[in-house]
Design a protein around this ligand. Structure first.
Ligand code: ATP
Ligand code: MG
Length: 306
């Protein structure tokens, strides 16, 4: 038996001369929550669309639920749930009408359709809103309804393309609880995001940048295996200081995080001592240097730069 929900080999998609997805390789085990983390234009949606049987690869191969992404796109569409980046709901229909419509696409009807609508509206905690017109719903509820729609036909794998962008943090948390509940049933989830904190919810993740996978592992391992130590520098005029220290040879990477500067350097280097010296001689005042645990963003910055 095949233990993989998704497997791809040298998957590539070009648009004209431009390569949006550049020969990527990965697999997702059944039951895993797998994240695709990367900035705008990294190739996340293009990858997900190839996996969902919506877009043809230019080269390479892949299987989803055992079906070939080039020759069995129809089977794939019937066996997966897909929530696109601009989730598609009919705004002038009610919650129930939307779900009935999704159900009809997958050939669900009668008492089974009713049962599934009840299941997803309970899961999304929108059961009492069945008769509400979608345009009147708050954004977070619309998003959960869209997820419910993708789950209606009880797929084994769920593909979510930036499902929580533009949603407030409380709603994001609710949404992730819904994803966990789905995952507990042994289902597989493939989710793209550009939120670093959100990627922490995944069992495993690929960091994607300019069409390539630059690192792949569990969030904990990615942070633990970072070959540098990380410091946070807090200083009032942080932008000016950033440009002053950015090119110092002992600083491997340097990035602005809110109003802090994160600095990566070799394990053995006495950073605190050296940096204090430099800042003092530059007449920089009121700064604080602290060694911190690396964040996923530090990991990303490090891999994207090398
Ligand atoms: N149909 C298309 N024709 C031409 N270029 C495209 C097409 N679709 C995507 N691209 C380009 O491919 C690159 C990757 O796009 P993609 O939508 O996969 O990125 P993404 O990681 O999903 O980004 P975002 O976070 O903005 O959603 C971008 O530079 C985009 O402009
Ligand atoms: Mg996208």
């Amino acid at each position: 038996m095949n233990n993989y929900a998704v497997e791809v080999e040298n998957l590539t998609r070009r648009f004209g001369n431009f390569t949006a997805v550049d020969s990527i390789n990965f697999s997702v085990k059944k039951g895993e929550i797998f994240g695709f983390l990367g900035p705008n234009g990294a190739g996340k949606s293009t990858t997900i669309r190839m996996l969902c049987g919506i877009l043809m690869p230019s080269a390479g191969s892949g299987h989803v639920s055992g079906f070939d992404i080039v020759t069995e796109q129809k089977e794939i569409k019937n066996n997966i749930g897909y929530m696109s980046q601009k989730f598609s709901l009919y705004h002038d229909l009610t919650v129930t009408e939307n779900l009935e419509f999704f159900g009809s696409i997958y050939g669900l009807e009668g008492s089974y359709l009713k049962k599934r609508i009840k299941f997803v509206t309970d899961l999304a905690e929108i059961g009492s809103r069945g008769n509400m017109i979608v345009s009147k719903l708050p954004g977070g509820i619309k998003q959960r309804l869209a997820l419910g729609g993708a789950l209606l036909h009880d797929p084994e794998i769920l593909f979510l393309d930036e499902p929580t962008s533009g949603v407030d943090p409380v709603m994001r948390r609710n949404f992730w609880e819904m994803i966990y509940n789905f995952s507990k049933e042994g289902k597989t989830i493939f989710v793209t995001t550009h939120y670093m904190d959100e990627a922490e919810h995944c069992d495993r993740m690929a960091l994607v940048f300019a069409g390539k996978i630059i690192a792949m592992d569990s969030p904990v391992t990615l942070k633990k295996t970072l070959p540098y130590k990380v410091y946070a520098l807090t200083v009032p005029d942080f932008i000016k200081v950033f440009y002053t220290i950015n090119n110092l040879s002992f600083i491997k990477e340097c990035a602005i995080f809110g109003s802090n500067i994160h600095i990566l350097c070799e394990e053995k280097f006495p950073l605190e001592k050296e940096l204090r010296k430099i800042l003092k001689s530059g007449n920089v005042k009121n700064f604080k240097i602290e060694k911190i645990h690396p964040t996923l963003e530090d990991v990303f910055v490090m891999h994207a730069a090398h």
